[in-house]
Design a protein around this ligand. Sequence first.
Ligand SMILES: NC(=O)C1=CN([C@@H]2O[C@H](COP(=O)(O)OP(=O)(O)OC[C@H]3O[C@@H](n4cnc5c(N)ncnc54)[C@H](OP(=O)(O)O)[C@@H]3O)[C@@H](O)[C@H]2O)C=CC1
Ligand SMILES: CC(=O)N[C@@H](CCC(=O)OP(=O)(O)O)C(=O)O
Length: 344
Amino acid sequence: MKVGIIGATGYGGLELIRFLHNHSEVEKIELFTSSEEGAIFSSKFGHLLSIHDTPLQKIDAEALGSFDVVFTSTPSGVTSKLLTPLVGAGPKLIDLSGDYRLKESASYEKWYKKEPAPESIVAESVYGLTEWNEENIKSASLIANPGCYPTAVLLSILPLLKHRLIDPGYLVIDAKSGVSGAGNKPSQITHFSEMNENFSIYKVNEHQHIPEIEQALTMFADVDTSITFNTHLVPMTRGILATSYAPVLSGVTNKQLNDCLIETYKNHPFVRVIQDTSALGTNRVKGSNYCDIFVQLDERTNRATIVSVIDNLVKGAAGQAIQNMNVQNDLPQTLGLDVIPLFI
Ligand SMILES: NC(=O)C1=CN([C@@H]2O[C@H](COP(=O)(O)OP(=O)(O)OC[C@H]3O[C@@H](n4cnc5c(N)ncnc54)[C@H](OP(=O)(O)O)[C@@H]3O)[C@@H](O)[C@H]2O)C=CC1
Ligand SMILES: CC(=O)N[C@@H](CCC(=O)OP(=O)(O)O)C(=O)O
């Protein structure tokens, strides 16, 4: 396959390159830029010396039309403008931004405060939460890859909601992310001297992933609810840990909660149900496409504590995007992604 990456110089783009380089069905990877046309990639990113010594190319819809797959790993609001000319032009499209995830334009405008993508294109796009939408992904021409937080949260709570084991009315989700989640553009909140030795909350009750999570709960678990969801920045580079709290429904046991997760994911290689909290942390998934999940019933309060961890740049972005490319092209889901987490 011939693959193009728009936004290759960003963190998501670099991770796409890292995994696609080892993908046995990818023969060619070409890199596209909005700002650095002609620059030799490895002179900008020295770790790719003798691996990607090719020049960055100008984004050109006509040239991209001849590719089998095109990934966009560019900012929300910008992406839909770049992708519109490519829709229906030939390549299968996989977008890592938020531009095609929300089905209602008004919701996108409200939460992203940007101009929405054309409605007809959004209607055609398929939400790429791989483990939950495989059949639709197979035939998708445009995949809206999920956000990093929604990936972590949804994989852990969807089975329990779908099987009516927890109460959807009182879902509280507390999520923490490493700084690479904010991309490569420096800002006040990610400035080393203000982020280091600091643990902060941001976008309180107004994170753009709230409507995405709620939409997916309706789509996959037939649950219509409003969640409390808040996000925190942790002074580390990679990883998300999300803890969700929900009352269990009458009579539900700890075993039922765990059995539900184990049964749901028994044939899904990237989701691991963890029984022991000493094996739960962002370093257990770092650099890999795994999502580790854990659930425990607090019998004192009758509430479930549900935890999930991912690497935001892999299962939360580039890894899941390649997993989706594999499904879309009838390849084994693990192709190119079969790596052991970094751990240390
Ligand atoms: N970081 C994360 O953990 C996750 C990110 N995402 C989403 O994936 C996308 C990429 O994220 P990430 O790689 O972190 O972002 P980065 O900010 O690291 O990189 C984005 C890249 O997009 C390109 N770009 C910037 N502005 C424009 C523009 N106006 N027109 C065209 N290209 C532009 C730039 O490359 P160049 O200048 O070479 O064109 C830049 O390197 C974003 O939409 C993000 O929200 C999703 C899940 C997780
Ligand atoms: C740490 C950090 O800042 N993380 C980002 C996640 C970015 C992302 O995935 O946003 P999209 O929905 O635009 O793809 C955030 O909280 O906004």
